[in-house]
Ligand binder design. Structure first.
Ligand code: KIV
Length: 289
């Protein structure tokens, strides 16, 4: 076995929990497939920088998504639409550098894959070669099937994203719940089956009725990752700034806030400014002799 040959451990899907079982290598698509077989639910969080990604990696989050939600949650845009490939490559490379164990999935941003499967391949290759991610995500069901097929044939693991697709915010007129009513529900099922048929290893279901997400999950062999899809999907994903209470203003109904970092950081900044104003900082222990 030479240095580039995978060790037996790298070749095997984890048979124990995704949290406890995969500690000496990155999580792979085979681990996620095995988790679905076992009925083990898993979590995914977004990350946009090395430090935050490192915290989530150490916490045992098995999959980190460098989402194009970086547009509104990290780069100060109103939507995901303006995010560019160069920005996604830079953020993704940072997340890869900050982690050891999580699978890193990067979004193909708006305009980087819709023209043709060849365009999708060109940009997916950039994310894999320049940033080192393990998989890419793209939006669309039947409409993206040909691109998914080409990427998968070329060896790119693809996570699909259907239901509410935020890159279509202007066409949708906002962020409405998807899949309501018979025709829309049937289309969602067709989209889910199309991405599975094309070779996607998982599919995000965003903002769809819980009952429909459960039905899709039951009918698919690949894991479903819900965000606003109720409790019965195989996995859940949240935008980290929503999950940790960094987001300013209202968050979507499907968010559970597990911390109040905006208050914690604001309080820290105010205490620091006050110490500087009063001369309490820096003290003797922060000064050189
Ligand atoms: O960009 C993103 O963060 C996403 C998640 C909401 C799934 O696509």
């Amino acid at each position: 076995m030479n240095a580039s040959t995978p060790s037996p451990a790298q070749n095997q899907a984890s048979t124990t929990s995704l949290y406890g079982g995969v500690t000496n290598r990155r999580v792979t698509v085979r681990d996620l497939a095995a988790a679905k077989q076992r009925g083990e639910k898993w979590s995914m969080l977004t990350a946009y920088d090395a430090l935050t990604a490192g915290v989530f990696d150490e916490a045992g989050i098995p999959v980190l998504l460098v989402g194009d939600s970086a547009g509104n949650c990290h780069l100060g845009y109103e939507t995901t639409v303006p995010v560019t490939m160069d920005q996604m490559v830079m953020l993704s490379a940072a997340v890869v550098r900050g982690t050891k164990r999580a699978m890193i999935v990067a979004d193909l941003p708006f305009g980087s894959y819709q023209e043709s499967p060849a365009q999708a391949m060109h940009n997916a290759a950039r994310l894999m070669k320049e940033a080192g991610v393990g998989a890419v995500k793209l939006e669309g069901g039947e409409r993206s099937a040909r691109s998914i097929e080409l990427l998968v044939e070329a060896g790119v693991p693809v996570m699909a994203h259907i239901g509410l697709t935020p890159q279509s915010v202007h066409a949708l007129g906002g962020y409405p719940v998807q899949g309501r009513g018979d025709e829309a529900a049937h289309q969602l099922l067709r989209d889910a089956k199309a991405v599975q048929q094309s070779g996607a290893f998982a599919v995000v279901l965003e903002a769809v009725p819980a009952e429909l997400a459960a039905q899709v999950t039951e009918q698919l062999a690949i894991p479903t990752v819900g965000i606003g899809g109720g409790p019965d999907t195989d996995a859940q994903v949240l935008v980290w700034t929503d999950m940790a209470g960094m987001t300013a203003g209202r968050v979507p109904k499907f968010v559970k806030q597990y911390a109040d970092l905006r208050t914690v950081l604001g309080d820290a900044a105010r205490a620091y400014a006050e110490d500087v104003r009063t001369g309490a900082f820096p003290a003797a222990e922060h000064s050189f002799r």
